[in-house]
Design a protein around this ligand. Structure first.
Ligand SMILES: Nc1ncnc2c1ncn2[C@@H]1O[C@H](COP(=O)(O)OP(=O)(O)OP(=O)(O)O)[C@@H](O)[C@H]1O
Ligand SMILES: O=P(O)(O)OC[C@H]1O[C@H](OP(=O)(O)OP(=O)(O)O)[C@H](O)[C@@H]1O
Length: 224
């Protein structure tokens, strides 16, 4: 029996159900809207669990689920050494979002990462503390900034409504997921003129602890 975890709510869950349905596997929530149990039709030996998208990487890493759908951003952020813990079976073509660094739109002298690096150094000198970047993507942001030799900053944890932290004076910049850009614009923030830190989409992953022959047979069944 293979255990599949999918996001428990919202657009990601709906689009995930549609993706499997297009491949002949019908997934649905069983019971009431509030019950996180699932039903599978069209695939033998497959059971369904509904989990928070953010917790699916950990469950895959521990081998408590064999297959899981979540964003590539969450797998890369939450699983150090993710390549040794999961394999990507299929990018699913939805849940596209970019992880970006954004600064106040009024910072006219800050267009590139080099400008940002200079501003962080000036900020530290002038204020006696490091410029704060609010994010929940600690690992990815640290790695990217270090790769670009930006060191004079401090991360502050923000698990939601991250774009509001600048107006609330708890951070000077943010790093978060964006798709339409509306949340950034509404909060008077702009993206630096750089490639995104990461381009993410919903992806079907398999745990490396799952039985490889069963995973291969299921991937084949889905046409992957
Ligand atoms: N505006 C967006 N457009 C497209 N994808 C998004 C958007 N916001 C978040 N995502 C993606 O959706 C996935 C789940 O995001 P998030 O961690 O915010 O989950 P959530 O909906 O808050 O669920 P939970 O709190 O149950 O974990 C992530 O992979 C993320 O990249
Ligand atoms: O570029 P946009 O289309 O405006 O989308 C970006 C927003 O979507 C996500 O938030 P979500 O609604 O998941 O809430 P969150 O604040 O809890 O992360 C993300 O964290 C951004 O805030």
């Amino acid at each position: 029996m293979l255990k599949l975890a999918v996001p428990s709510k919202g657009r990601l869950m709906e689009q995930c159900f549609d993706w499997f349905s297009d491949r002949g596997v019908t997934l649905s929530r069983s019971g009431s809207d509030r019950e996180y149990a699932g039903r599978v039709e069209g695939a033998d030996n497959l059971s369904l669990v509904l989990l928070s998208a953010g917790e699916i990487p950990r469950e895959l890493g521990a081998g408590r689920v064999d297959l899981g759908v979540t964003g590539t951003d969450l797998v890369r952020e939450k699983l150090a050494g993710w390549r040794s813990m999961v394999t990507e079976i299929a990018p699913m073509g939805f849940g596209h979002a970019d992880l970006v660094l954004a600064v106040p739109a009024g910072w006219t002298d800050c267009e590139t990462l080099d400008d940002f690096a200079a501003i962080t150094r000036d900020f530290h000198r002038e204020h006696g503390f490091r410029l704060r970047i609010a994010t929940k993507y600690h690992r990815l942001v640290r790695a990217w900034l270090s790769q670009h030799e930006v060191a004079d900053y401090r991360l502050v944890d923000s698990q939601g409504a991250t774009e509001g932290t600048v107006a609330n004076l708890t951070a000077e910049a943010i790093a978060d997921i964006t798709s339409s850009g509306e949340t950034l614009r509404a909060n008077h923030l702009k993206i630096l003129d750089e490639q995104p830190i990461l381009q993410s989409q919903a992806t079907l992953f398999a745990s490396r602890l799952a039985a490889p022959d069963q995973i291969a047979a299921f991937a084949h069944r889905l046409g992957q």
